[in-house]
Design a protein around this ligand. Structure first.
Ligand SMILES: NC(=O)c1ccc[n+]([C@@H]2O[C@H](COP(=O)([O-])OP(=O)(O)OC[C@H]3O[C@@H](n4cnc5c(N)ncnc54)[C@H](O)[C@@H]3O)[C@@H](O)[C@H]2O)c1
Length: 428
């Protein structure tokens, strides 16, 4: 449709730049709600997969929408960022990693802004959906103002509308989680909200920096919350105490909050978003310490196993789970990989099983057969079945050491031999 037919100077309603785990579900859902959407990604292989109506990763429900919106051409695809200018609302969902300097790495965002700045025109609304350090939205607005002379908030609109949906739950949560909108200048918030108005979620208007802080501190809060039981697990080992019993003592009938269970806390967002606050923190080091605790869990588990087995060299070790959290296929920044690297440095013979991920892993049976130790690195639902515990005891023997910081089978010990765990699980 052109301007004469629609009365709009833009051929499409929305462009989504960066068709990753955040961008693709958003592009699909917008197209499914009747909007004309341009999906942009510089990765041609990804564009090909999407064009062939195949999801490049698991996202519940998305595989039903994808063929529909491609066939109806409500979602069209391009590898050129400049084609996003065909839409009124341009949403950036590009990756924002952090440098090891504890600083946001904005190179991809900068590159997209550079590509877009020459094609932006009056009426465009640029929405940062990526997670960014405080001040980035104002920076993007200032950058466009400086390069093109636009009055931001009057002629061109810039806003931060952070994504807080957990991967895998997009369709469940897009109409439920409050949609935070932080617009620059007079009207950016209002114009950005026009796009997200197609979802049922409540729109909450705020300033750009408050939107940025709300997003990164959502993740920092979770990251710190998981670090505490992880640190407690290490303290308990030092004192010969049982972490699950201590957690039970803390939480039982206590009316003022509770402590989570330990586990391997990683993943692409939690592992880096704290750095966006830490780069200019008033308490430098506090969040770094949180990160250090979570990052040291694989080594803690390995050393506990090594002490109990009297060494890991030449021992067969099964690692169950490569994904960074339960029931996802996302392995990015998963601590399982770190655990495996550390085990290999001990000269252990490592066999990995994960039915969710794309990386090649062996069958459960092959991983367990004759293992001296089994690390439960991810608490996938398949693993939590008692049947798996029986299989461990059958294929590895009752003496096999099982390392289960998640307490998958309710046996309430981080390190225990298979027969002990099976006994407790059966008795429960
Ligand atoms: N994955 C999550 O669960 C999640 C949740 C909330 C927020 N976030 C944030 O959302 C953002 C995106 O995360 P993601 O997991 O979807 O990342 P991703 O790496 O899966 O996807 C990013 C996509 O952008 C493309 N891209 C990068 N630079 C580009 C450019 N200049 N032009 C065109 N395409 C480009 C890449 O090819 C890739 O396909 C990040 O800031 C992340 O922190 C992620």
């Amino acid at each position: 449709m052109d301007e004469a037919e629609t009365g709009s100077p833009f051929a499409a309603d929305a462009a989504v730049v960066g068709l990753g785990r955040v961008g693709l579900p958003l592009a699909l859902t917008l197209a499914d709600r009747g909007l004309r959407v341009i999906g942009v990604d510089r990765d041609e292989a990804r564009l090909r997969t999407i064009g062939e109506k195949k999801m490049p990763f698991a996202e519940r429900g998305a595989e039903q929408i994808l063929p529909k919106v491609i066939e109806q051409r409500s979602l069209t695809l391009s590898k050129h960022v400049t084609s996003a200018a065909g839409a009124r609302h341009i949403v950036l969902t590009i990756g924002t990693p952090s440098f090891s300097h504890i600083e946001i790495d904005m190179r991809d965002i900068r590159s997209a802004l550079d590509d877009l700045s020459s094609v932006l025109r009056v009426g465009h609304c640029l929405i940062l959906r990526s997670t960014v350090a405080p001040g980035t939205t104002e920076f993007a607005a200032g950058y466009l103002e400086k390069r093109r002379g636009f009055s931001i908030g009057r002629e061109v609109f810039v806003a931060h509308v952070p994504e807080r949906i957990a991967a895998g739950r997009f369709l469940e949560e897009i109409d439920l989680l409050p949609c935070i909108v932080g617009g620059v200048g007079e009207r950016s918030g209002e114009v950005a909200a026009e796009l997200f108005g197609c979802f049922a979620a409540r729109i909450v208007q705020t300033s750009p920096v408050e939107a940025e802080l709300a997003k990164i501190w959502t993740n920092i809060f979770r990251y710190a919350n998981f670090a505490l039981p992880n640190l407690l697990m290490m303290d308990c080992e030092r004192h010969g105490a049982n972490v699950f019993e201590v957690i039970e003592l803390i939480n039982r009938d206590y009316p003022r909050g509770g402590i989570a269970k330990p586990g391997l806390t990683g993943g692409t967002c939690l592992r880096k978003d704290f750095a966006f606050s830490e780069e200019r923190s008033n308490a430098p080091g506090m969040l770094l310490a949180v990160s250090r605790v979570n990052e040291s869990v694989p080594l803690f588990l390995l050393e506990g196993a090594k002490r109990r087995l009297g060494g890991l060299s030449g021992r067969k070790v099964a690692v169950l789970g490569l994904a960074f959290k339960a029931d996802t296929d996302d392995e990015r920044d998963s601590l399982s990989h770190k655990l495996i690297r550390l085990l290999e440095r001990e000269l252990a013979d490592v066999a990995v099983h994960d039915p969710h991920v794309e990386s090649a892993t062996v069958s459960l049976e092959e991983a367990l057969q004759g293992a001296d130790a089994v690390f439960v690195a991810t608490n996938h639902s398949e693993t939590r079945h008692e049947e798996v515990l029986r299989e461990i005891a059958a294929l590895c023997g009752g003496d096999c050491l099982v390392i289960d910081p998640w307490d998958c089978w309710g046996a309430q010990t981080v390190f225990a031999c298979a027969s002990e765990l099976l006994g407790t699980a059966l008795a429960a």
